[in-house]
Write a protein that binds this ligand. Structure first.
Ligand code: NAD
Ligand code: WQD
Length: 339
């Protein structure tokens, strides 16, 4: 087993991944500046796993902190979640996104190289594809993001490609997540948006619990099954398990590879609303409104490369996904803030 540094490990996907890393027998070191998360999440990860996480509080942009961390603990590989991730915010504050997501990753890679840590799993996103020409999306589809957030992901992927060419021993997997949703079955960790959720699923759960009055459905005039937007919703635990598999690939191969993590199935907004209502018994009042600027009609993955290279595929159903997210929301109406 290995010792894995998880940057951004207190976040939504990082916390779920730390649980699965610990369950797989890895030792876990977490670095997080808690800019969009809570130390409570790390405590609960340890509670679920029954094992300790070594926590460093700080920023990936702090080179001296990184050097001291790599000096203090022998790290075998890094899973790099730490980033800003709100598309709309990235349009308003592009420099903050390039500074945190790109410059921050450069600092991390330089510290890794100095410490001879040459294996990394990177949190990329299906956003790098922009508006796809055809569906399902394969990894050789054009990379053409149309917002600064997506650009930061595409830039880091390029940096990793070049790094792996320059450094013979380097190995990097860029996992292009589609739409992660849901929560750990315990209901103890989950998605905890800081304010009004941008994303569909947390908005649905907040409407269902009565925190929001109703869901605005952004358009029903898209060229899709029922006119509403179609996406590939992936259970966050399936996603977390994909990272454990990606580490296995890093241990047996080298170079750079980008891999889609998705279910391969598209689900419309209204299909998600109805699936949530039938899985939970909760009601989700909703109104059709105008399209959201920057949205695309449909996006879902061809996940065959993940199956072939990582021996991974999503196994959890839409019902599992809805029930797990509802369990988290009911048990934590204010996320981690109640403690
Ligand atoms: P999140 O905001 O919950 O987690 C990110 C974590 O990183 C937070 O704990 C935050 O405090 C930390 N962080 C941010 N900047 C940091 C810095 N400079 N130094 C140290 N810690 C820092 O987000 P998430 O949904 O868990 O996403 C994790 C990763 O996956 C991100 O890179 C995101 O871009 C990517 N991603 C997310 C989605 C999604 O829909 N959630 C989809 C595709 C890709
Ligand atoms: C899903 C569908 C909306 C909210 C975003 C980022 C992407 C990634 C995942 C980081 C769309 C519709 C939504 C609402 C709605 N994040 N919707 N009412 O836009 O596919 O992807 O999150 O990497 O980068 O772009 O996800 O959940 O925002 O929207 O009708 O209140 O739900 O139009 O069709 P999206 P989303």
């Amino acid at each position: 087993m290995a010792r894995i540094l998880v940057t951004g490990g207190a976040g939504y996907i990082g916390s779920h991944t730390m649980v699965e890393l610990l369950a797989a027998g890895h030792d876990v070191v977490c670095l997080d500046n808690f800019s969009n998360s809570s130390p409570e999440a790390v405590k609960r990860v340890q509670e679920i796993a029954g094992r300790e996480v070594r926590l460093f509080t700080g920023d990936i942009r702090d080179r001296s902190l990184l050097d001291s961390l790599f000096h203090a603990v022998k790290v075998d590989a890094v899973i790099h979640f730490a980033a800003l991730k709100a598309v709309g915010e990235s349009v308003a504050k592009p420099l903050a996104y390039y500074e945190n997501n790109v410059a921050g990753t450069l600092t991390l890679l330089e510290a890794m190289r100095a410490a001879h840590v040459m294996r990394i799993v990177f949190s990329s996103s299906a956003t790098v594809y922009g508006n796809p020409d055809k569906l399902p999306i394969t990894e050789d589809a054009p990379v053409r993001p149309f917002n600064p957030y997506g650009q930061t992901k595409a830039m880091v992927e390029q940096i990793l490609r070049d790094w792996c060419v320059a450094e013979p021993g380097a190995a990097a997997v860029a996992l292009r997540y589609f739409n992660p949703v849901g929560a750990h079955p315990s209901g103890r960790i989950g998605e905890d948006p800081a304010d009004i959720p941008n994303n569909l699923f947390p908005f649905i759960t907040q409407v269902a619990i009565g925190k929001r009055e109703r869901l605005s459905v952004f358009g029903n005039d898209w060229p899709t099954v029922d006119g509403t937007g179609v996406r590939d919703y992936l259970h966050v635990v399936d996603l977390a398990l994909g990272h454990v598999k990606a580490l296995d690939w890093l241990a047996r191969d080298h170079g750079f590879v980008a891999i889609n993590l998705g279910t391969g199935q598209g689900t419309s907004v209204l299909e998600m609303v109805h699936a949530f209502e039938s899985a939970t018994g909760a009601k989700v009042p909703h109104t059709i409104v105008a399209r959201r600027p920057g949205d695309i009609a449909a996006c879902w993955a061809d996940a065959s490369l993940a199956h072939r290279l990582l021996h991974w595929q999503a196994t959890r159903s839409l019902e599992d996904l809805c029930a797990s997210g509802w369990r988290w929301q009911q048990a934590n109406p204010e996320g981690y803030r109640t403690v």
